[in-house]
Design a protein around this ligand. Structure first.
Ligand SMILES: [Fe+2]
Length: 238
């Protein structure tokens, strides 16, 4: 099943789709590209929202979109793109932000140097919070931090996702491939916000991962998504 685990298609909830029209443009694009399962991951910013309020807003956004959903659209699931903050540690509601039906928490790192304090904070979430951590678009942090500090982060018991768009240019592709090759990344997402940012659906990355990482690797990524939805542990099984 072709799955995209990262998308901002719910209307009016974050910097993604601002209205139903944009949500439908995104879903049309997903359908046209054969995406069958789509995780809605609105941003959750701990410094400006509570988990309870976020969950309510996300449900309301979905309800407003529901009547406009069409046959052939991917099936939608609730998730969240959770900005790391130390305030998450020990938040008893943290599990409510996981991909629905699973213990997988999708964590976004701050766009600055990854300090040991930040990395230790993520480690505390991994160790204490009864969630399994998946770090989103890990290649993007290389614009702000060193390869070494990214490796320190990804050496924790965490999984990683790459944006499909990063496979499209030669410069970012090099790092995306290296991260897949090293088993620091196991997933692809579109991170689609609207129709003007240049985000691409996950199937666009297929030819690059097949050619550069290995034949059958795109299927392997999609199989990892099946395991994610089944809340199974994911190791390198290549
Ligand atoms: Fe995102």
């Amino acid at each position: 099943m072709i799955t995209d685990i990262h998308c901002h298609c719910l209307p009016g909830i974050d910097d993604g789709a601002q209205d139903i029209k944009t949500s439908k443009q995104i879903l049309d694009t997903m359908r046209d590209n054969g995406i069958e399962r789509l995780v809605c991951t609105p941003h959750f910013y701990p410094h400006e929202n509570t988990i309870e309020r976020f969950v309510t807003n996300r449900s309301n956004a979905y309800e407003s979109l529901k009547q406009h959903l069409e046959a052939g659209y991917p099936k939608l699931y609730f998730g969240a793109e959770v900005l790391f903050s130390r305030s998450l540690i020990d938040n008893p509601k943290l599990h409510d932000l996981c991909l629905e039906g699973t213990d997988y928490l999708f964590l976004e790192m701050p766009y600055k140097k990854l300090t040991s304090q930040i990395i230790r904070g993520v480690e505390q979430i991994v160790d204490n919070m009864e969630v399994k951590v998946l770090i989103v678009h890990i290649e993007r942090y290389l614009n702000f931090t060193s390869w070494e500090s990214l490796m320190e982060l990804m050496s924790l018991d965490v999984l990683g996702q790459i944006n499909a768009k990063s496979l499209m240019s030669m410069r970012s592709r090099k790092y995306a491939i290296k991260l897949f090759d090293g088993n620091y990344a196991q997933f692809l997402g579109s991170d689609m916000h609207n129709m003007t940012r240049g985000d691409v659906t996950v199937n666009n990355a297929e030819k690059y991962v097949e050619k550069k990482v290995g034949k059958g690797f795109y299927k392997h990524i999609m199989h990892n998504c099946d395991k994610l939805f089944a809340n199974k542990d994911i190791y390198d099984i290549r």
